[in-house]
Structure formats: C-alpha cells, structure tokens
Design a protein around this ligand. Structure first.
Ligand SMILES: Nc1ncnc2c1ncn2[C@@H]1O[C@H](COP(=O)(O)OP(=O)(O)OP(=O)(O)O)[C@@H](O)[C@H]1O
Ligand SMILES: Cc1ncc(CO)c(N)n1
Length: 267
C-alpha cells in the first residue's frame, strides 16, 4: 500500500522547517511525500534572511500537476504567505474534494520574521479553517485567529480551542509549547471532548521546525488511515523523539532530528 502525503508550504534552505521538514517526516513515517512550494525562504538556524513568494500561477500549476495525476491521501499546509495564495490553495483543494487536510497556520518564524501578511489572517479564517480536518495553532497563532490575547493556562487554551472549532475546523490541536510551564500540554478538541497530550518540557534550544514537523506527522498518520486522535498521538511521540535528539547545527536554533523516532522503533 502506498500512502500519498502532500505538503503545501514554504521552502527552508536550512532544512529544519517548512517543505524540507515535512518531506523528511513523511518519509520517516512511511508515506510518499510530495510538495507544492508557496515561497522560498533564505533561512538558517539564525533566522530568515529573505522571503521570495511564488506566483499564483506557479502555486496553481504545482497543485494541478499533483492532484490531477497522482492524487493525495492527506495534505498538510504550512507557510502560505498571502491571501492570494491561501485562496488559490483552498479553491484547488475544494475542487479535488480533498478532506484530510492538516492546517498549520504558520504566521511568524521563531526569530520573529513574518511568514504571513497580517492582512491575510482573514483569509485563513474564511477559507482555510473551514477546510481543515485538523488545525494546529501554537498559542500566539491561536490568539491572532480568535483576536484575543492572554492565553496563559490550560483553561484558556480550552476556551480558545472551542472558539477556533466554532470557526469551522473539525479538530483543533492547540499546542502548549509556548506556555512557560514545566509540562508542555497540547489540547485536542473535536467539538465534543478534549484529549490531552502532556509531555515533560525538554531542555534544549534546538527546536527549529517543531511546528512543521508535528503537523506533517499528523498528516502522515491521516494518510495511513489513522483517526485524528491516533495520528496526533503518534505525531506527539515523533516530535518528542525529534526534540530529545535535536541537532546542534549552525550558530543559532538548530533543527530537530527526524530520524530519531524510526531509529528508536528499531526499524
Ligand atoms: N521544549 C519542548 N519540549 C517538549 N515538547 C515541545 C517543546 N517545544 C515544543 N514542543 C512540542 O512540539 C510541538 C510543536 O509545538 P510548538 O509550540 O513549538 O510549535 P510552533 O511554535 O508552531 O513551532 P514553529 O516555530 O516551528 O512554527 C508541540 O507538540 C509542542 O508541545
Ligand atoms: C518555510 C518555513 N515554514 C515554517 C516555519 C515555521 O517554523 C519556518 N521557520 N520556515
């Protein structure tokens, strides 16, 4: 059985986040990875040094090429950069009836560089969220989406997850990596109940691309036919292993280790 997974995201020349992180994750989790590149970034462990968005024509042509021929079992979206790209991507995913869509609503890189135009947030709400089977905001992204600041506890996270669910996402995984607590709990809300994914915070500065890696691991699970809860559980194990064995590369925030999960499974 071949499981087809597609990432629609930005390229990270440093290899730790974006398209590169997604393809490595897809491969490690036994899926066939494909990509639609929305923007090039000149990026390393020290930050984003340039962003070069692709034309709408280039984005649409890549999508059409993949979807009209190979098809997909699941899609992950990452950096989409502007409202026009968001609209083109949403339109095409709708046209081909793709349902297993994981939306990582990437907005700002860890170094503070904008990866989404602020005026495109409305397009995320209007076009992308209603299409998503799972959306994986971190806390700052959740605050922008709901237009409220101050998410600072598990109770606040649960409230925010409900509000994002009400915007049309079928499942919300609100990531706790940005809370300053000992434990980093992610909260999954499916409209009925909450599932908690607590993990002891790992002391490392090398967390470049954690969000991309986690979301693409969920997409890989969905491509293989796992439920959202099962896919999130595996993705959590995958990202935890990757952070525990993160790589001291470059002078800044190094990438996580995408091979760690598979090597620990002994396969
Ligand atoms: N230090 C840590 N120890 C353990 N788990 C972590 C740590 N940092 C992040 N995580 C986990 O990694 C996953 C990604 O979360 P995070 O909040 O870092 O994403 P993000 O901010 O969107 O990442 P990115 O900056 O790559 O977009 C989540 O499951 C989160 O709980
Ligand atoms: C291309 C790209 N996508 C997403 C992120 C968020 O980590 C990043 N740093 N770079």
């Amino acid at each position: 059985m071949i499981y087809r997974a597609l990432t629609i995201a930005g390229s990270d020349s440093g290899g730790g986040a974006g398209i590169q992180a997604d393809l490595k994750t897809f491969q490690e989790l036994g899926t066939f990875g494909m990509s639609v590149i929305t923007a090039l970034t000149a990026q390393n462990t020290q930050g984003v040094h340039g962003v070069y968005p692709q034309s709408i024509e280039a984005v649409e042509a890549q999508l059409e090429a993949v979807l009209s021929d190979i098809g997909v079992d699941a899609v992950k979206t990452g950096m989409l950069f502007n409202a026009e790209i968001i609209e083109a991507v949403s339109k095409c995913l709708k046209k081909y009836g793709v349902e297993r869509i994981v939306v990582d609503p990437v907005m700002v890189a860890k170094g503070g560089h904008a990866l989404l135009h602020p005026e495109a947030v409305e397009a995320v709400r209007k076009h992308l969220i209603p299409l998503s089977m799972v959306i994986t905001p971190n806390i700052p992204e959740a605050e922008v989406i709901i237009g409220e600041e101050g998410i600072s506890s598990l109770a606040d996270m649960k409230e925010a997850a409900k509000k994002i669910y009400n915007l049309g996402a079928k499942n919300v995984v609100l990531k706790g990596g940005h809370l300053s607590e000992e434990e980093s709990t992610d909260v999954l809300y499916d409209g009925n109940e909450f599932t908690y994914f607590p993990v002891q915070r790992i002391q490392t500065k090398h967390t470049h691309g954690t969000g991309c890696t986690f979301a693409s691991a969920i997409a890989a699970g969905l491509a293989k036919g796992l439920s959202v809860v099962e896919a999130t559980k595996v993705a959590k194990e995958f990202i935890t292993c990757a952070i525990e064995e993160s790589l001291e590369l470059g002078k800044g925030i190094g990438p996580t280790n995408h091979s760690a999960y598979r090597l620990r499974q002994g396969s």
